[in-house]
Ligand binder design. Structure first.
Ligand SMILES: NC(=O)c1ccc[n+]([C@@H]2O[C@H](COP(=O)([O-])OP(=O)(O)OC[C@H]3O[C@@H](n4cnc5c(N)ncnc54)[C@H](OP(=O)(O)O)[C@@H]3O)[C@@H](O)[C@H]2O)c1
Length: 224
């Protein structure tokens, strides 16, 4: 796919950081949206130098609002509790028909028990849909690939990523971005409400990791 300008809001984090580096390695131009762009720039400076990898795209840092306004594709990569303040800052800044990829999983860790926060909308993705301008094309993806693996950017990936969204065109656009990360296979799982199932799969992966003392439980669909 031709290089895109992609903002990763929360790209300093565990999941967002791995995505920023792997998408830059695939040739896209990345901007990290951060509450503190200077700290984000220092985070980037500490990453392995992608500038030496042929074909890599740039990685810049800016505020959430500025990163959103400058991007064709916006990835929301913050904890669920941070979604409201993030949308308050960015809601009016999305480009017309921007593609948004939500990776948020509303996991809670109370009393050492892992669960999903109850969300009346049905899932984090549907919560976000209800609070975004209508022209924004919302999809969900990157909810099940483990940060631990994603962050070791020289390690090959070998798993599937589930992509949902209410328009086939938006799902195809998001799937192409997933497919740009070497070793990730996008799987179209239909409309946005499928995010409920995807978020439960992430919860299952966390349970598997804890029970079996691993860090990289992930999914691959057999027969497809
Ligand atoms: N970790 C995984 O394996 C994994 C897998 C699948 C999906 N996810 C989902 O991806 C999202 C990000 O997960 P993560 O593990 O990358 O989280 P994280 O490292 O804790 O946070 C990501 C970034 O969110 C920003 N942020 C904004 N408001 C925040 C607040 N109030 N508290 C903390 N951080 C805040 C921070 O960036 P700035 O300070 O630069 O603004 C932070 O670096 C979550 O919704 C998670 O469910 C994670």
């Amino acid at each position: 796919m031709p290089a895109r300008t992609i903002a990763v809001l929360g790209g300093t984090g565990q999941q967002g950081g791995g995505l920023v580096q792997r998408l830059a390695k695939a040739g896209h131009r990345l901007t990290i949206g951060s509450r503190d762009p200077d700290r984000a720039a220092a985070t980037v400076a500490g990453w392995p130098a992608l500038s030496k990898v042929e074909g890599s795209g740039s990685i810049l840092a800016s505020s959430y609002a500025e990163a959103t306004a400058a991007a064709d594709v916006v990835i929301i990569a913050v904890p669920f509790a941070a979604v409201d303040p993030l949308l308050a800052e960015c809601r009016e800044r999305f480009r017309r028909n921007a593609l948004v990829i939500d990776i948020v999983v509303p996991v809670t860790f109370a009393s050492n028990t892992v669960d999903l926060a109850p969300i009346p909308d049905g899932s984090a993705t549907e919560y976000i849909r209800a609070r975004l301008p209508e022209h924004v094309r919302l999809t969900a993806a990157f909810k099940t690939v483990p940060a631990h693996l994603l962050n070791e950017i020289d390690r090959p990936l070998d798993c599937d990523e589930f992509v949902c969204g209410d328009s086939a065109e938006a799902r195809a656009d998001a799937a192409a971005i997933v497919g740009d990360i070497a070793g990730l296979r996008p799987i179209d799982v239909g409309p946005l409400r499928a995010a409920r199932s995807i978020e439960h799969l992430t919860l299952l992966a966390i349970r598997i990791n804890r029970r079996h003392r691993i860090h990289e439980g992930r999914f691959r669909v057999v027969g497809l």
